[in-house]
Design a protein around this ligand. Structure first.
Ligand code: ADP
Ligand code: MG
Length: 672
């Protein structure tokens, strides 16, 4: 049976001593620096004894005590606890012994300064997995028993030395504390408080606890039933004290004997709850550490905040841009194919080529894959209305233009097939033109003069958001026949735009159009461009841009992560003593690892969330200045950002956390 895993056993009754040292040596350093502090100590301590270890300062008492309390291991020789060699025990098993079996009381109390008396008392129970309610109940009871019932919420700095030492006794008893190890417990106390502490220790001994007191003061040692004297690392005397001073009264010992050892064996479910409560505790500790260094934490977070903000904003901007373009293109007409004269973009002969004619338009109209078709005949002229004039653009279009391009009317109607047939002098004006000439007046039925062509206004278009061209340009739509025969004078079409019939693929229709017109013209003198291809190209471009900028943002995240790692390393160094105390009262390596890892993750996670909020702020500012486009946040990028910052916390927090968990408890405790 491994002691400390549950019941520590009945050392004395089983025939072997409770604690037994065999030729224990402790050697510090190596090579030239090698010092042997303990020279082969042999010692047996039985259950229920009250032992005083006495010796001059530097004689090796604390070293011996640390070995007895499993804070340290012998360099040579063996230490048996209830017959089990400590050499066989894993560091977690030693931690379990310190937690459940031994109770340490130090000269300098070693309380955690940011926790209350009750909080300090509860620590061993947290690591043992006692549930919260039982924990605070027991802590309260112990503190009351030690005369601190009204001081449970005081911080160590608000307590006197004697009171602090009593808190540390309560902590030692929290999980039972069968063996109480007190290293110079009265060393820092005045005589009265010192006596009080000794009285409590004797009461505990009377109640069945094995108590070992280390002291350099013979008058303290005189209270013990057995006095072991050590000098320069060797035991020089080990005697029974026949008449210990101040024997206890019966009532006092009865009062002290009430403590029942808490049941520390855990069922799987309780073990899970215990793990959860340890996690909760680690979380709380990390939180306390963070808010006690607000400025430092904030500066550490800054890297993460900026990195996450950059990533999220850039992705949102990219999405906003591509959505805007997509919207514009679908506003231009879904699934459209534009046909241009010439071999390709920039064909110098395109102007002279008469390849797109009115007859092509009529022919295309009857093709099976064509839903609707319109030409565009553009020309710039002066518009007159009354005494006002302005330059604008005439667009000669077919009656199907509104179907191809998806133009929305604000008032009136669009050009009809009859208007096209009759070369009617009718015009549909856009919003800019309406504003220019007809503010406060109904334009319908009015006559506007386009160049030298008077037209009746029959419709007004809604304001359109076009990605191309001048958004303030005045545009007027008239039948293309009127444009050709009444304005330009030639039947050259600048473009034909086809809306592909639903169910036909763009690519197939495009090929069909090329074949159809090539056969008609006996040459391939036209080229096409489909809304699909444009859309794809633009989306690919924005995608590439987003990726590029995201890479830069990721670099800033890595830099932020390194910042977190630096600060965590500093934090570990700063809190070495705290780590030592926690280990002394039974924290496992994994508990320490967990605490620091949580802290790092918390810093990064909060940084990440702040980064997302900042990026939202950026989008508000952005939308204030740029109306035409907005940033589009995606759930994916936010989830990715949060995951990313958590990962950074884990990755960059691991090294400092591991450093903390690897600390040797006695080295850590010795650090101030
Ligand atoms: P005591 O508690 O009896 O005053 P200690 O056990 O603390 O004595 O120390 C005994 C001797 O061991 C001292 O001479 C001290 O300098 C030395 N010592 C203690 N800890 C270390 C250490 N970590 N490295 C080197 N020497 C140490
Ligand atoms: Mg000492």
């Amino acid at each position: 049976m491994i002691p400390g895993a549950g019941d520590p056993g009945q050392g004395g009754e089983a025939g072997h001593p409770l604690l037994s040292l065999r030729g224990v040596k402790r050697i510090y350093g190596a090579g030239d620096q090698r010092i042997e502090v303990l020279h082969g100590i042999d010692l047996d301590i039985r259950k229920g004894e009250l032992v005083a270890i006495i010796g001059a300062s530097g004689s090796g008492k604390s070293t011996l005590m640390n070995i007895i309390g499993c804070l340290d291991r012998p360099s040579e020789g063996d230490y048996l606890i209830d017959g089990v060699s400590s050499r066989q025990l894993h560091s977690d098993e030693l931690a379990a012994l310190r937690r459940n079996y031994f109770g340490f009381i130090f000269q300098r109390y070693h309380l955690l300064s940011h926790l209350s008396a009750a909080g300090n008392t509860e620590i061993p129970a947290i690591y043992a997995g006692m549930d919260g309610a039982a924990r605070s109940r027991n802590a309260q009871a112990l503190l009351e028993r030690l005369g601190l019932g009204d001081k449970t919420s005081h911080l160590p700095s608000q307590l006197s030395g004697g009171q602090q030492q009593r808190v540390s006794i309560a902590r030692a008893l929290m999980n039972g504390g069968q063996v109480i190890l007190a290293d110079e417990p009265t060393g820092a106390l005045d005589t009265t408080s010192g006596k009080e502490v000794i009285r409590i220790l004797k009461e505990l001994n009377a109640a069945g606890h094995t108590v070992i007191i280390v002291t350099h003061d013979p008058s303290i040692a005189a209270h013990a039933g057995r006095i072991i004297e050590i000098r320069d690392g060797s035991v020089i005397a080990d005697r029974i004290n026949e008449s210990p001073t101040e024997p206890l009264t019966r009532e006092e010992s009865a009062a002290a004997g009430e403590d029942a050892t808490p049941d520390l064996s855990l069922s799987p479910f309780r073990a899970f709850l215990a793990g959860l409560s340890r996690f909760q505790e680690a979380f709380r500790m990390a939180w306390i550490a963070m808010i006690s260094h607000r400025m430092r934490t904030l500066l550490t977070m800054l890297g993460i905040i900026i990195g996450i903000m950059a990533v999220v904003s850039v992705v949102a901007l990219g999405r906003g841009a591509s959505q805007k373009v997509t919207d514009n293109i679908s506003a231009m007409g879904t699934n459209t194919i534009s046909i241009f004269p010439g071999k390709d973009w920039g064909d110098v002969r395109a102007n002279r080529i008469q390849s797109l004619s009115v007859f092509d338009l009529e022919a295309l109209r009857h093709e099976v894959y064509v839903d609707s078709v319109t030409p565009t005949v553009n020309t710039s002229v002066l518009f007159h209305y009354g005494s006002q004039e302005a330059s604008g653009q005439i667009n000669g279009v077919s009656d199907q233009y509104d179907r191809v391009r998806g133009a929305d009317l604000a008032a009136g109607r669009f050009i009809s097939r009859e208007h096209v047939r009759d070369m009617a002098q009718v015009a549909v004006i856009d919003d800019n033109t309406r504003k220019k000439f007809f503010s406060g007046e109904d334009p319908l039925g009015k006559i506007i003069i386009l160049g030298r062509l008077p037209c009746v206004v029959i419709g007004v278009l809604k304001k359109e958001e076009s990605p191309f061209g001048n958004p303030d340009a005045l545009k007027v739509y008239i039948p293309y026949t009127s444009a050709i025969y009444r304005v330009t004078g030639n039947n050259k079409l600048s473009t034909i735009v086809v809306r592909v019939r639903d169910g036909w693929s763009n690519a197939v229709a495009e090929q069909q159009i090329i074949n159809f017109l090539t056969i008609r013209h006996n040459a391939k003198d036209i080229f096409t461009s489909s809304s699909d291809t444009i859309l794809k190209t633009i989306q690919e471009t924005t995608g590439t841009m987003t990726l590029l900028v995201s890479c830069i943002a990721v670099i800033s995240l890595v830099v932020g992560g390194i910042g977190v790692m630096n600060i965590m390393l500093v934090s570990v160094t700063e809190r070495t003593r705290e780590i030592g105390i926690r280990m002394a009262v039974g924290a496992r390596k994994s508990d320490i690892l967990q605490q620091f890892l949580i802290e790092a993750v918390l810093v990064c996670l909060i940084g990440g969330i702040l980064g997302i909020l900042c990026s939202y702020g950026v989008s508000l500012v952005f939308s204030y200045f740029v109306q035409s486009m907005s940033m589009v946040f995606s759930l994916f990028s936010i989830v990715a950002a949060v995951t990313c910052s958590t990962l950074i916390g884990v990755i960059f927090g691991y090294l400092p956390a591991r450093n903390a968990a690897r600390l040797d408890p006695i080295v850590a405790l010795a650090r101030e």
